[in-house]
Design a protein around this ligand. Structure first.
Ligand SMILES: NC(=O)c1ccc[n+]([C@@H]2O[C@H](COP(=O)([O-])OP(=O)(O)OC[C@H]3O[C@@H](n4cnc5c(N)ncnc54)[C@H](O)[C@@H]3O)[C@@H](O)[C@H]2O)c1
Length: 271
């Protein structure tokens, strides 16, 4: 179903790797709602993933950019405005990677070079994206910027490792930059804190299967899917949420405010 919520709006979508990616579902929904956009991902992801199919499906161009490289980001922003024919109305930052998680390094035995790399990719890249847009004065007034995060930023989930710290930093950047983007350019900045979702990044976390079914049983509405996240993002890109900014918004079926659920109690009640 389409409500034409994004008719005439132009954007940049980071992080579509394959059709499971949250960014992929978001691109499809944004297209259905009438938005036009440039798709981007790291050069290696473009070689490994299937983004070309998404570009064809949505009539979009793909511009490679490593989100940690200011040079790549400057090129991306300039080219996107040329291709789309004007300033940018919406941006999705859907990027995350921890080398410690990927290589199975425990939180108490970190390789700090990897920690720094993961922090740069997962958190600082959000600042780099916004600073590049800000300096180029590339955002339209009442534009909207969204990044994706996870509740491990507030509560400990042991296997989430250093991604928990990266997400805390990411959420803080949304508030800090949201202030300046709001004041100077009337642009809003928010993070969506999403339920565990079966994607390449999600499945990289140890014990993901048990974890996702636990969250499903804990959440009164069940886990939010990638499509739910795409729909929520569409509302944040639309003109219906103009003064929502500097927020961390939970899209998690109620998980974050649930102490325990009946299903979980039953699993632990001895007969
Ligand atoms: N899957 C979950 O359970 C879950 C839950 C909450 C939040 N999130 C967040 O959602 C976002 C999207 O992840 P996903 O689950 O769709 O997985 P995904 O693996 O499909 O997406 C992660 C993306 O990050 C990109 N990326 C990595 N390094 C990059 C770099 N240097 N430059 C540019 N892009 C780079 C990857 O190529 C990939 O497209 C991430 O921020 C993730 O932390 C995921």
């Amino acid at each position: 179903m389409s409500y034409n919520l994004l008719k005439g709006k132009r954007g940049i979508i980071f992080g579509a790797l394959d059709e499971n990616s949250i960014a992929w579902k978001t691109a499809v929904r944004v297209h259905e709602e009438g938005g036009t956009f440039v798709l981007t991902n790291a050069p290696i992801a473009l070689r490994m993933g299937t983004i070309k199919n998404l570009a064809e499906q949505t009539g979009s161009e793909v511009i490679p950019a490593d989100a940690t490289s200011l040079e790549d980001l400057e090129n991306l922003v300039t080219k996107s405005m040329e291709i789309l024919g004007g300033k940018i109305d919406f941006v999705l930052h859907s990027i995350g990677m921890s080398v410690n998680v990927r290589k199975g390094r425990h939180y108490t035995d970190m390789n700090y070079d990897w920690t720094t790399k993961g922090w740069d990719i997962s958190a600082v890249s959000f600042h780099k994206v916004m600073q590049t847009l800000y300096k180029a004065d590339a955002m339209s007034e009442w534009g909207s910027i969204v990044a994706l995060t996870y509740m491990a930023a507030q509560r400990t989930f042991p296997d989430y490792n250093d991604m928990a710290d990266n997400k805390s930093y990411l959420e803080s950047i949304a508030r800090s930059f949201g202030y300046f983007f709001g004041k100077e350019k009337k642009v809003r900045v928010n993070t969506i804190s999403q339920s565990p979702t079966p994607t390449t990044a999600g499945q990289g976390v140890k014990g993901f299967d048990g974890f996702i079914s636990y969250a499903e049983k804990m959440s009164p509405l069940g886990n939010a899917t990638a499509l739910d996240c795409a729909n929520y993002t569409v509302t944040l890109f639309s003109d219906l949420t103009k003064r929502v900014t500097m927020q961390n918004l939970y899209n998690d079926g109620g998980f974050s405010n649930t102490g325990v659920s009946q299903e979980v109690i039953e699993r632990f009640t001895e007969e």
